[in-house]
Design a protein around this ligand. Structure first.
Ligand code: PLP
Length: 381
C-alpha cells in the first residue's frame, strides 16, 4: 500500500477549494441564522444567500431570480423532469447515456430513451422521431460523466423547437461546470442542473436554473423558500461555498482547460505506449479536458481498480454508484461498445489538484497492474 494517494476521480467528486471552505465556515458557526427569519441576524444570512445567488447567476449568465438552490444535482434533475411532467402533462425524453438521476426519472414516467452515436452524443434524427406535441421535457446532458463527451446543445435545441415547440429543454450540466463556459450552455436551454461538489464546493448542495416564465411543479413543498420553487430551510453555508467555488472555477476555467488538457494527453499517450491492447474510448477533440477514459483488452475493471487502489491510485470504471457494484456500463452499451471491451473500462478524471507526478504515477501503476493481471491469466491457462 502506498502512502501517497493519487486522486484521479474528479468526475466522482472534487476536493473542496480552500476559499470555499473558508467562505462557508462563518455560516456554520457565528452566522448560523435561518435566512427566512425577520430579525437582523436572519437578514445577515439572507444577504449572504442573495449575494451567492448573484455570483451563481453571473457564472451561468442567467438572472439571479432564475437560480433555485437545491440539495444536490440529483434533486435538480428530478425537479426538472418530474416537475415539468407534473405541471404540463405529457412525457419526458432523454438519450440513453444520461446519468441515472435523469434516466431513471424518465423511465419511471414512461418516457422515451433515444439512441446515441459511438461517442455518446444523442442521434438527432432519432431525437426528432421521438418528439411530438405530447412531450413535456427533453433532457440532454452537456457533458457525459463516464466518457467525458461534450454535446453541442445548439442543434439539440433546434430539433426540440422544431418538433416539439411546447417542450422544455433541460440539461444536466454537472460535468460541464469545470470545463465549459456555462453561459454558452444556458443560452440553449430552459432548465440547467449543477452540483457544488463537482467543482470544488461541498457535497449536498446544487442548483436548478429555471428560465423566467418557465414553471415546473416543485418536488418539495413546505415553507415556500426559493419563491415556492424549493421549500426547505436554506443550506446557507453550502450555498455560500457553492457560489465561491463556482466563481473561482469560472475565473480559472480557461487556464485550467489548457493545463489539464496537456496533462490528460500525457496520461493517455503514456497509457497507450505502456499498455498493449489499450484504446481511448472517445477522441480528445470530442470531450472535456479532464476526462481520460480507456478500454483495456482482456482485463476486468474490478481487478485493475483493486491493484490501482493498492498502488495508491484512486480511479473508477464507470460512474460512482451507491452499491459499488460493477454492473456493465449503460453508457458504453449505448455507444455500441462490445461487452468484452467494456468490461475493461478505466476512467481517470483529472482536476484542479492534478499534477504531472500524479499522471506519471498513474501510467506506471496501470502498466504494472495490467502486466500482473495478464501474467496471472497466462499462468492459469
Ligand atoms: N449528474 C451527473 C452527470 C453526475 O455526474 C452526477 C454525480 O455523479 C449527478 C448528476 C448527481 O449529482 P449529486 O451528487 O449532486 O446528486
Amino acid at each position: 500500500m502506498q502512502d501517497r494517494l493519487v486522486y484521479l476521480d474528479h468526475a466522482a467528486t472534487t476536493p473542496m477549494r480552500p476559499s470555499a471552505v473558508e467562505a462557508m465556515l462563518p455560516f456554520l458557526t457565528e452566522r448560523f441564522a435561518n435566512p427566512s427569519g425577520s430579525h437582523r441576524f436572519a437578514r445577515d444570512a439572507r444577504r449572504a444567500v442573495d449575494e451567492a445567488r448573484d455570483r451563481v447567476a453571473d457564472a451561468i449568465g442567467c438572472r439571479p431570480g432564475e437560480v433555485v438552490f437545491t440539495g444536490c444535482a440529483t434533486e435538480a434533475d428530478n425537479a426538472a423532469i418530474v416537475g415539468a411532467v407534473r405541471r404540463r402533462g405529457g412525457r419526458p425524453v432523454c438519450p440513453a447515456v444520461e446519468h441515472h438521476a435523469v434516466l431513471h426519472a424518465v423511465e419511471r414516467l414512461g418516457g422515451a430513451v433515444v439512441p446515441v452515436d459511438d461517442a455518446g452524443r444523442v442521434q438527432l434524427d432519432a431525437l426528432a422521431a421521438a418528439l411530438h406535441g405530447e412531450v413535456a421535457v427533453v433532457s440532454v446532458m452537456a457533458v457525459n460523466n463516464e466518457v467525458g463527451t461534450i454535446t453541442d446543445l445548439g442543434p439539440v435545441a433546434d430539433v426540440v423547437r422544431d418538433r416539439a415547440p411546447g417542450a422544455l429543454l433541460h440539461t444536466d450540466a454537472v460535468q460541464a461546470a469545470c470545463w465549459l463556459d456555462l453561459r454558452d450552455v444556458w443560452r440553449h436551454v430552459d432548465l440547467l442542473s449543477l452540483s457544488a461538489h463537482k467543482f470544488g464546493g461541498p457535497k449536498g448542495v446544487g442548483v436548478l436554473a429555471v428560465r423566467d416564465g418557465v414553471a415546473v411543479e416543485p418536488l418539495m413543498v413546505g415553507g415556500g423558500q426559493e419563491r415556492d420553487r424549493r421549500s426547505g430551510t436554506h443550506n446557507v453555508a453550502g450555498i455560500v461555498a457553492l457560489a465561491e467555488a463556482l466563481a473561482a472555477t469560472d475565473a480559472e476555467r480557461t487556464t485550467e482547460n489548457g493545463r489539464i488538457a496537456t496533462l490528460r494527453d500525457r496520461l493517455v499517450s503514456g497509457l497507450v505506449a505502456g499498455v498493449p491492447g489499450l484504446r481511448e474510448t472517445v477522441a480528445p477533440a470530442a470531450k472535456v479536458a479532464g476526462s481520460a477514459h480507456v478500454l483495456v483488452e482482456g482485463i476486468e475493471s474490478e481487478s485493475l481498480l483493486y491493484l490501482l487502489d493498492e498502488a495508491g491510485i484512486c480511479a473508477s470504471a464507470a460512474s460512482a454508484c451507491a452499491s459499488g457494484a460493477m454492473d456493465p456500463s449503460h453508457v458504453l452499451a449505448a455507444m455500441g461498445i462490445d461487452r468484452a471491451w467494456a468490461a475493461g473500462a478505466l476512467r481517470l478524471t483529472l482536476g484542479r489538484t492534478t499534477t504531472v507526478a500524479d499522471v506519471d504515477a498513474a501510467v506506471d501503476a496501470t502498466s504494472g497492474a495490467v502486466r500482473t493481471l495478464r501474467e496471472r491469466t497466462a499462468a492459469r491457462a
